[in-house]
Design a binder for this molecule. Structure first.
Ligand SMILES: Nc1ncnc2c1ncn2[C@@H]1O[C@H](COP(=O)(O)OP(=O)(O)OP(=O)(O)O)[C@@H](O)[C@H]1O
Length: 574
């Protein structure tokens, strides 16, 4: 697909910042992009969306030279053609910066080294690096982001949000006002709400100078709130090219993306029946940022746990699974109490607690191993200590069962995880731990925090230039943001780190989304979305959460490949 010249020359609009024509990418017999075309205008935030595996990251990798397109492709930056395959140095010189989904950080190197990599300059007779100067430059960009990350810590020791901050800062430091294009490929997935607010405020500033942004995300609300236009990929083809976002709803985008609307299963009477079984009870849990936390998770229930950065909510899965040592607390499952401080990762797994960690690339999956090896890893490593080894037949049944249930694509147990799209790799991570039949699954997920900002669209002035955001709009954004975090009536003030401000509400939580992809039928009048407030706890039925996270098909609560029921209680989702 090529962009028709009249589409861009009929007005006095300036030439496109980025033009991509006829990009096709083939891996073996698998054609993952077909004749893709996209045009990003100066000073716009251009959204690129599509289902898992539709080819978004592949396009970003073509633009930075990681992947080679098939012959016939053309890429132009500011009307100048780039040689293909793209040479990274040339694309950088043309002003293209990218934050890849994997973030592209080197774990054993420090924050400052990662940040200034490729930019360090030796000076003077001794050809020494002036670290004071490098730090000052790094500080400037972190200040702009409103975040500080310790400079001398190895990146591998950072939390996911800090890692994302470093990667974003690295891309931002090269932005020259009025030039270039920054590609963010799912870069916001680990950012908390405050960091996200800053991130989008910075994007506004950047595009106001004429620099452009290509925003790849599966969070449709981010497209609605931030993007000017959107291009949609489906199965490697462009199905919507540069559509104006103004006036669109998430439902419209979803329909365009999937080629069909979503169905709310609860309206069809297919909501899961309440599960029977004993609850999981956590009492007086303490450690890291958590102090004296009590939780009660009924069988078959999803308990969402959220809060502001530093409130400790994100430490809970790690404390419950022995991945971080707890100072105090007990976990009661099947009527047996376990002391949290005595849990190690291995004993937690043996007791039926599964942690689905954040940061699948470096903490959850082995990219160079296959889907089958990753998904069956807890079983095979357990069977090494057992009398009877885990048979290849069992492994095959387990893996194909989970591939089918979670709709992993391609559905090939032998695919290497590093060749899967990000969303499909996440499904393998989920399968790996759900396949252990845990009593309690504790996914640490980025999903569920939603950016609150007034939707805005810059629009164009009479000369066809994108309007720059004015102070009024930014103020409006801030006011709304403040309003959005004001607690609901009846919610007490934030009680301090690690404490629960609002007890779990019973029943379905229908308006908000832990996964950012809730099936909403616009014709149905849901109650107003509940807003995340400090330390708030949300309850949600487990099928509902998995339904929205598992792609095309709803999660079926049938028997697993090994004839057991899929795991019940699940803490939070994704
Ligand atoms: N190096 C590779 N070798 C083989 N197949 C690959 C490779 N890289 C990507 N693919 C395949 O290309 C397809 C598109 O993947 P891509 O990562 O671009 O999807 P995506 O739209 O970014 O998805 P997600 O939203 O899940 O990140 C997938 O089927 C993936 O398995």
């Amino acid at each position: 697909m090529s962009i028709q010249p009249e589409a861009r020359t009929a007005t006095s609009a300036p030439p496109a910042r980025l033009e991509v024509h006829d990009v096709t990418v083939t891996f073996g017999s698998n054609r993952v992009l077909r004749d893709v075309a996209i045009e990003v205008r100066p000073g716009e935030i251009h959204g690129l969306i599509g289902q898992n595996g539709s080819g978004k990251s592949t396009l970003a990798k073509v633009l930075t030279g990681l992947y080679t397109p098939d012959p016939g492709a053309r890429v132009l930056v500011d009307s100048e053609p780039l040689r293909l395959p793209v040479r990274p140095a040339e694309s950088r010189a043309a002003g293209v910066a990218v934050v890849h989904q994997s973030l592209g950080l080197i774990d054993r190197m420090s924050v400052i080294e990662n940040l200034r990599m490729g930019r360090l300059r030796a000076r003077g007779l001794g050809r020494r690096i002036d670290w004071k100067r490098e730090r000052a430059e790094a500080e400037t960009v972190f200040d702009r982001l409103g975040r500080r990350v310790p400079f001398d810590v190895p990146v591998g020791a950072l939390r996911e949000e800090e890692r994302a901050t470093v990667a974003i800062a690295r891309a931002l430091q090269d932005a020259t006002p009025g030039h270039g294009l920054i590609i963010f490929d799912e870069s916001t997935r680990a950012l908390g709400r405050r960091a996200l607010e800053h991130f989008f405020a910075i994007l506004d500033e950047i595009v106001a100078t004429g620099t452009s942004v290509l925003l790849i995300t599966h969070r449709l609300e981010e497209i609605i709130d931030a993007a000017d236009r959107v291009t949609i990929l489906r199965d490697g083809r462009v199905v919507e090219s540069g559509r104006e976002v103004a006036g669109m709803s998430e439902a419209t985008l979803t329909t365009m993306m999937l080629g069909r609307g979503l169905v709310d299963l609860s309206s069809q009477g297919t909501a899961p029946a309440a599960a029977s079984g004993s609850p999981v009870v956590v009492e007086h849990l303490a450690g890291l940022g958590v102090a004296d936390l009590d939780l009660h998770v009924a069988a078959g229930e999803v308990l969402g746990l959220t809060g502001i950065a530093g409130s400790g909510y994100d430490d809970v899965p790690y404390l419950l699974s022995g991945a971080s040592p707890a100072a105090d607390g007990t976990i009661t499952m099947r009527g047996t109490a376990v002391a949290a401080r005595q849990l190690s990762p291995a004993s937690a797994v043996a007791a039926g607690i599964a942690l689905v960690p954040e940061g699948r690339e470096h903490a959850g999956l082995a990219g160079s191993l296959s889907v089958a090896e990753n998904a069956a890893f807890p079983q095979t490593s357990r069977s090494r200590r057992a009398l009877l080894p885990y048979s290849a037949k069992d492994e095959k049944a387990l893996v194909t069962g989970w591939i089918d249930q979670l709709d992993v694509r391609p559905p090939d147990p032998k695919s290497l995880v590093k060749n899967l799209s990000g969303g499909n790799a996440q499904k393998v991570l989920l399968a790996k731990w759900l396949a252990t039949d845990p009593e309690l699954a504790a996914p640490r997920t980025d999903a569920g925090r939603r950016r609150r900002r007034a939707p805005h669209h810059r629009g164009r002035d009479p000369e066809g230039r994108l309007r720059r955001p004015g102070g009024h709009r930014r103020r409006l954004g801030r006011e709304r943001a403040v309003d959005a975090v004001r607690p609901d009536p009846g919610v007490r003030r934030w009680p301090g780190p690690g404490r629960v401000d609002r007890p779990a509400e019973s029943g379905r939580h229908r308006g908000s989304d832990l996964c950012g992809r809730i099936a909403r039928d616009p014709a149905r009048s849901h109650p107003a979305p509940r807003r995340g407030v400090n330390g708030r706890v949300i309850r949600q039925r487990h099928r509902r959460v998995l339904l929205h996270c598992s792609g095309r098909r709803p999660y079926q609560r049938g028997r697993t490949a090994r004839g057991r029921l899929p795991p019940l209680p699940v803490l939070a989702g994704r």
